[in-house]
Design a protein around this ligand. Structure first.
Ligand code: SAM
Ligand code: SF4
Length: 360
């Protein structure tokens, strides 16, 4: 059996069936997969891990994704919006601590006031950091003009998870209305790539009803789309969401975690030179979850630099880690964890996707 797995791992082209089989591995066979992923990681992207200081600047959202704790209709969340000054200060904190890049993430909105505010913020952050900080945005679906405007102002990476590339599954976890169309999301990914962003996507792993074949198709989707970056992690239920009532269909949390690690390892083998983030949701399940991902494929980590007061209200899922820590604690704890994983922190370097430069 181990020989069969080794043969699959060594293949030059992995098909749906191969991928599906690899995603299911545990124990000794999983170690073979992890060994190969680490080998590819060290050869193609090296042992450096890059920081992206994460600023979860607002939990106000106009959408109602069935899985998300900050969805519009969840009345149990206290909504917040961090001031522009606090966002710029968080970015300057990242820059001074040589994080080199930040991610501005929040609920999705597309009104003019919001679009202009983000544009203004990008310019202010660039100015306050001598244009040295790299800016990734994760602000959902927007028009082509908005993406272009933000790009022109200095944002250069964009993360938009497809959530699931299986259209039927995507439709099961979103309301059936104009705001939540699979094709719109897909089209946004194409727009981002065309404009010139380093384009990142990802999926949730272990959604109710999701199969290994669905996840294998997600990996093939990423390969075919030719993404530059990926951020994916386990789905974790939240009691104030409609998907919570489907929890009887969920895999055990350990299986979701294990499969998430396998997804990262297999993606590293499949797309050797892209950037892969160790998602925070991994740490919600296992305190060393992100470090495990860094050992077997992931090369980006996102220390939370959101002012602490607001963190408890950005709970996409329950038991989100680090909601009581200040930015400094978060950074220190992360340095130590990365060294434990035998990796080196790429301080002061943007750590852009090698794949992006190889394809452009
Ligand atoms: N609003 C933007 C969007 O949806 O693209 C960016 C912020 S959104 C909170 C970022 C990601 O959180 C989503 O793409 C989704 O994959 C993830 N997420 C939301 N609810 C989750 C849950 N219950 N478990 C795991 N991940 C979740
Ligand atoms: Fe809003 Fe993003 Fe949550 Fe969907 S996943 S409800 S768009 S914050």
């Amino acid at each position: 059996m181990a020989n069969d797995i080794q043969n699959i791992i060594n293949k030059t082209e992995l098909n749906l069936q191969d991928l599906s089989q690899l995603l299911n591995l545990e124990g000794e066979e999983q170690k073979l997969l992890f060994r190969k992923a680490e080998e590819v990681q060290l050869k193609y992207v090296g042992n450096k891990v890059y920081y992206r200081g994460l600023i979860e600047f607002s939990n106000v959202c106009s959408k109602n994704c069935y899985y998300c704790g900050i969805r519009k209709d969840n009345k149990n969340v206290e909504r917040y919006n961090i001031s522009d000054d606090d966002i710029v200060n968080a970015a300057v904190f990242a820059w001074k601590n040589r994080y080199a890049s930040i991610v501005i993430q929040g609920g999705e909105r597309s009104d003019n006031h919001f679009v202009n505010r983000i544009d203004h913020l990008i310019k202010r952050i660039k100015e306050a950091t001598n244009a040295e900080i790299g800016i990734t945005l994760s602000l959902g679906e927007q028009t082509k003009e908005t993406y272009q405007k933000w790009f022109n102002s200095g944002a250069h990476r964009y993360l938009l998870r497809i959530e699931s590339s299986t259209k039927e599954l995507y439709e099961q976890i979103h309301p059936k209305d104009e705001l939540h169309h699979f094709n719109t999301r897909l089209n946004c990914l194409h727009l981002l790539r065309k404009i010139g962003y380093q384009t990142g996507t990802g999926v949730m792993i272990g959604l109710p009803g999701q199969t290994f074949d669905d996840l294998a198709r997600d990996l093939l989707f990423m390969k075919e789309f030719d993404i530059d970056m990926c951020g994916m992690g386990p789905y974790i239920e939240h009691k104030d969401t409609p998907l919570y009532k489907e929890r009887h269909k969920l895999w055990h949390i350990g299986k979701r975690f294990n499969t998430a690690l396998n997804m990262i390892a297999v993606l590293r083998i499949l797309m050797k030179d892209i950037n892969i983030a160790a998602a925070t949701a991994l740490q919600a399940i296992d305190p060393m979850g992100r470090e495990k991902a860094l050992k077997h494929g992931a090369n980006v980590i996102m220390p939370n630099i959101t002012p602490t007061l607001n963190r408890k209200n950005y709970q996409l899922y329950e038991n989100k880690p680090c909601i009581d820590e200040g930015a400094e604690d978060c950074g220190n704890c992360m340095n130590m964890r990365i060294e434990l994983a035998n990796r080196e922190v790429g301080l002061g370097q943007w750590g852009d996707s090698k794949h992006y430069f190889n394809r452009t």
